[in-house]
Design a protein around this ligand. Structure first.
Ligand code: NAP
Length: 324
């Protein structure tokens, strides 16, 4: 008899068929308050789950008494309690690499849109205000030959550095736990302390995971170190920034502007003060959201789950390597 897995995200027909070759698949398009009870009722039957966008910890995890593997269709895994999973012997698999370039593209898109005020000028035309050449009130700032500071020089950070250095002749600074000699060499990058980076650069890009150490890493004190002309881009996770401190810094023009793909609460509540500010460009957590990349992520997550549940297969994308 086939083992049962729960698929809780819409994936391509042929990828779902691949899962069905191996497992009995219980499918949910997404989990919300309408089907949460059905999801909880299915959890005890599952040896594996695959999907994205929800937490599986605490009460949910307690229901999953037969669970051996979780395959998240994402590289970030801050919605899981890795220590709790490890203690229970549950493998956590994720999808690094396949989304790196796409996410770096989005981060650079936000950087450029924020520097050149693309949303504001587009609205300006839509609202019928374009009667003559624009004046300084709609000028942006240069990107090329400026200084970029990348916080978190991992896969995505390096792909941002590549775009900045090779495409825009930018000077690259970075802050990461470890120095990366190959990055220093390839992009003439400078590894420095966070405070020094914040004081020095024109664009600050966050490409970090959310962890206990990185939560609120960028707070009021850190924002106050940035130049008033600087722009902050967040492509990591919302909670890495103290969002209220950022709102205050944007309101008072302590920094010039921000481009944000991630937020403390997602979807962003309609009463968020961020929606009142013109010097912020917002994206609804779309770093990896292209047809091609979301397909590759789902494909990898399917293979990850199959590998995680077959003792003989190598577990390449295992997060908690302590689980044998
Ligand atoms: P990665 O290759 O693991 O890189 C993460 C980097 O963060 C590493 O270089 C690591 O430093 C650094 N880091 C971790 N903790 C740190 C700390 N306390 N202080 C300083 N540096 C620290 O991961 P990735 O693939 O680049 O992805 C990074 C994150 O981006 C993900 O975890 C996810 O949250 C986010 N993401 C967002 C989207 C989106 O849609 N916006 C899409 C994909 C990913 P060392 O290498 O020096 O150890």
């Amino acid at each position: 008899m086939k083992k049962t897995v729960i698929l809780y995200a819409p994936i391509a027909h042929e990828l779902r068929a691949r899962l069905e070759q191996e497992f009995e698949v219980i499918f949910f398009n997404k989990i919300d308050q309408n089907n949460e009870q059905q999801f909880l009722a299915a959890l005890p039957t599952a040896v594996g789950v695959i999907g994205t966008g929800i937490d599986i910890k605490g009460d949910r995890l307690a229901k999953a008494v037969n669970l051996k593997a979780i395959s998240t269709i994402s590289v970030g895994y801050d919605n899981f309690d890795v220590a709790e999973l490890t203690a229970k012997g549950i493998r956590l698999m994720h999808t690094p690499d396949v989304l790196t370039d796409t996410t770096a593209d989005l981060i650079f898109t936000l950087l450029m849109a924020t520097a050149r005020r693309i949303v504001e000028v587009s609205d300006f035309i839509h609202q019928g205000h374009w009667k003559r050449s624009v004046d300084q009130s709609l000028f942006g700032v240069d990107i090329h030959h400026k200084k970029i500071g990348i916080i978190g020089m991992g896969n995505i950070g390096q792909a941002v550095a590549k775009r900045a250095y090779l495409g825009f002749d930018m000077q690259v600074f970075y802050y990461s736990r470890h120095r990366k000699p190959e990055v220093d060499q390839q992009y003439q990058a400078v590894w420095c302390e966070l405070d020094q980076l914040l004081k020095e650069v024109d664009f600050v890009c966050i490409t970090l995971p959310l962890t206990k150490e990185t939560e609120h890493l960028i707070n009021q004190e850190k924002l106050s170190l940035m130049k008033p002309s600087a722009i902050l881009i967040n492509g990591g996770r919302g909670k890495i920034i103290d969002e209220q401190a950022l709102i205050n810094a944007l309101k008072t023009k302590q920094i010039r502007a921000a481009g944000l793909d991630v937020f403390v609460q997602e979807p962003l509540p309609m009463d968020s003060e961020l929606l009142q500010l013109s010097n912020v460009v917002l994206a609804p957590h779309i770093g990896s959201a292209t047809f091609e990349t979301r397909y590759k992520m789902a494909e990898l997550a399917v293979e990850n789950l199959i590998a995680a549940l077959q003792p003989e297969k190598p577990k390449k994308n295992l997060v908690n390597r302590e689980v044998a």
